[in-house]
Design a protein around this ligand. Structure first.
Ligand SMILES: Nc1ncnc2c1ncn2[C@@H]1O[C@H](COP(=O)(O)OP(=O)(O)O)[C@@H](O)[C@H]1O
Ligand SMILES: [Mg+2]
Length: 364
């Protein structure tokens, strides 16, 4: 039987920029002292440009349950180990799921054009027919050993990725990483990209807890943005984001906008520092997470009373008044992002500037 191993053209094209040339990737290198280094390795996406279905089967131990690290709307994510010992994450699409194919294509298309230190790196895509004749589609990424941010913010029984609480400085750094990636998508890509599904489980952490935005299955290129930051198209767009993070205007059929991402980021930022989910049972009717924080602060409560308890350590208390002032500023940024009216929301580039200033204020 003929097995077709074909690779999604878009990803191959993207990688062709990195195609190895003999002179570019010498096998041996000399270091500054003239000694020979061990074998010089080109980036993973060069070494594994042509990952086949068979290689993915081998890497994931036949997509074993023990390697299952994530399950989402459109498929499952498996940890894998390549021949050279490198770790990968393989996102296998559930072809039966309605909308899965579109999500796969969107993620391919978005990630083909995007490369940033705070955005999950795609290695390749695999679109083929398995030996048993079923359709198989998967995206292959760098493996993020510290899992997703949701697992860190909300302690669970399964502590595979998280052995302790995030410290204040780690949370500030993660908040800046995520805002920096969004700023890149909104303000520095040739065509602005709206992620449309920002939430803690779509933020992945590497071994140093550097944050990477992942899951571009709902992303949109906003070709014709008007001066208000909306996509200038006559038809409104139906969108599914995640409950608690979707901006209120999307619910009434408004166009996708960059401000929509800013809203979701604001919720994520407040969640990161309060440890409370927007979907917590305590938030119902008019009371939202952001309203709760706003009410507390305007009633004269200390920010320290609304933040995640684990932040109230001896170390943070040593920061004295700077701790309270810094948290007020951070929560204030979150509230400016999560305004109900899109036009009142702050631009993400100003979020980056303000959070970097807060970090400077707190830790220098
Ligand atoms: N590269 C990766 N490294 C480690 N874990 C990952 C990786 N990619 C995904 N995951 C895990 O799988 C989960 C689902 O992945 P995601 O890309 O968000 O797909 P979905 O569309 O199914 O939500 C993530 O929340 C994370 O826990
Ligand atoms: Mg996801």
């Amino acid at each position: 039987m003929l097995v077709v191993y074909s690779y999604i053209a878009c990803v191959s094209n993207r990688n062709s920029r990195y195609l190895p040339k003999k002179t570019k990737y010498p096998q041996k290198n000399r270091n500054s002292r003239g000694k020979r280094n061990s074998v010089f390795k080109p980036p993973l996406e060069v070494q594994y440009l042509n990952l086949s279905y068979a290689q993915l089967v081998e890497a994931t131990d036949n997509f074993s349950f023990y390697n299952l690290i994530g399950e989402g709307t459109y498929g499952s994510v498996f940890k894998g180990k390549l021949g050279g010992g490198e770790l990968i994450a393989v996102k296998v699409l559930d072809i039966q799921q309605q909308g899965a194919f579109e999500s796969f294509m969107v993620e391919c298309e978005a990630l083909r054009k995007i490369r940033h230190r705070n955005i999950l790196n795609i290695l390749t895509a695999c679109s083929t027919v398995t030996p048993s004749g079923s359709e198989f589609k998967a995206l292959v990424f760098d493996y993020m050993p510290s899992g997703n941010l949701d697992l860190w913010v909300h302690p669970k029984a399964d502590q595979k990725f998280r052995s302790r609480n995030l410290t204040l400085v780690e949370r500030v750094n993660i908040a800046i990483d995520v805002a920096t990636a969004i700023n890149y998508l909104h303000n520095h890509c040739p065509t602005p990209v709206a992620h449309c599904d920002l939430k803690p489980s779509n933020v992945l952490l590497n071994e140093n807890l550097t944050a990477h935005i992942a899951d571009f299955g709902l992303a949109r290129f906003l070709q014709n943005i008007n001066e208000k930051g909306y996509e200038d198209q006559s038809s409104s767009v139906a969108i599914m984001g995640s409950i608690g993070y979707v901006p209120p205007e999307y619910g009434v059929g408004n166009h996708i906008s960059l401000q929509g991402d800013v809203y979701s980021y604001g919720i994520l930022l407040i969640e990161l520092f309060t440890g409370k989910r927007p979907t917590d049972a305590m938030f119902m009717d008019e009371l939202t997470l952001q309203k709760f924080v706003e009410n507390q602060l305007s009633n004269g409560s200390q920010a320290a009373q609304v933040v995640d308890e684990s932040l109230l350590s001896k170390k943070t208390r040593n920061l004295g008044e700077r701790f309270e002032a810094g948290l007020q500023l951070i929560l204030g940024v979150g509230l400016s992002c999560a305004k109900v009216r899109p036009s009142e929301r702050i631009d993400i580039k100003d979020v980056v500037i303000q959070l970097v200033e807060v970090r400077q204020f707190l830790f220098h």
